[in-house]
Design a protein around this ligand. Structure first.
Ligand code: URA
Length: 242
């Protein structure tokens, strides 16, 4: 990942001497990816979005944000009456038309990718790419070997739709806790798959998309831009050039 000192990057981008860039940073006039940074020696991504005194110095064509969605938010850009996952970052990125690349149920938590890159979102969601998504799930009863077997063969939902084979790993310390790996995205898929076995989902948290792990440092409602290697992983998983 190409990182560079903030004062050097600001000096380059604003055409300032390094001392002038440092003054602006110490005065709190420089934001990196929407957040004020007052440390001239802070290492930042070379492609970070920089602003000086509220004016953008550099504009990336697209933004890719990893968000840890808390329960209660809709996976949508806007909603007339209810809060959405994009509301978490709207003030920070007022010039971006962000949307979630894939949905989590309102009561689910974890990794949502927000972006304004339509082609990447489309490719990530395209059924033919089978992009892997990993979920930590808590059930209202212990998971069974029958479920593991059924998931691996492909569960047939109550409406007759057959799901692709999915991974199911039971936590040996607590069999109500499981890890589910999906390669498709069907409405309420995990809840409906467990429903076939008479099990209910108490909590569902997405922890990875396309090999990119949710950053545990974010916490509920936290967000950060993807790093360059993370974006390359996602693009690869979506069958796009890196
Ligand atoms: N499956 C579900 O049932 N809900 C989600 O939010 C994601 C996958």
């Amino acid at each position: 990942m190409a990182q560079i000192r903030l004062d050097k990057l600001v000096a380059q981008a604003a055409g300032l001497p390094r001392s002038g860039a440092r003054r602006e940073i110490l005065a709190g006039r420089v934001a990196v990816d929407g957040r004020i940074c007052r440390q001239p020696d802070q290492k930042v991504e070379q492609q970070a979005e920089l602003s000086l005194g509220g004016g953008l110095l550099r504009w990336q064509e697209h933004l890719y944000l990893m968000v840890d969605k808390p329960a209660g938010l809709l996976s949508a850009s806007r909603d007339a009456s209810r809060a959405t996952v994009v509301d978490l970052v709207r003030e920070q990125y007022p010039r971006r038309e962000l949307f979630p690349a894939g949905r989590l149920d309102r009561d689910s938590t974890g990794f949502v990718l927000l972006t304004d890159d339509g082609p990447l979102a489309h490719a990530l969601l395209a059924p033919k790419h089978h992009v892997e998504k990993v979920y930590k799930v808590t059930l209202d009863c212990p998971a069974t070997n029958e479920m593991v077997q059924g998931f691996s063969e492909g569960v047939t939902l109550a409406d007759g739709e057959r799901m692709r084979p999915a991974g199911l790993v039971i936590d040996p310390a607590d069999p109500t806790r499981v890890t589910v790996t999906l390669h498709q995205g069907v409405y309420h898929q995990i809840k409906r798959m467990f429903g076939v076995f008479g099990a209910g989902v108490c909590a569902l948290r997405r922890v990875a998309i396309g090999g990119v792990q949710l950053d545990p440092a974010l916490g509920p409602g936290g967000s950060r831009p993807l790093t360059a290697p993370e974006l390359a992983l996602l693009r690869g998983a979506a069958g796009m050039e890196k």
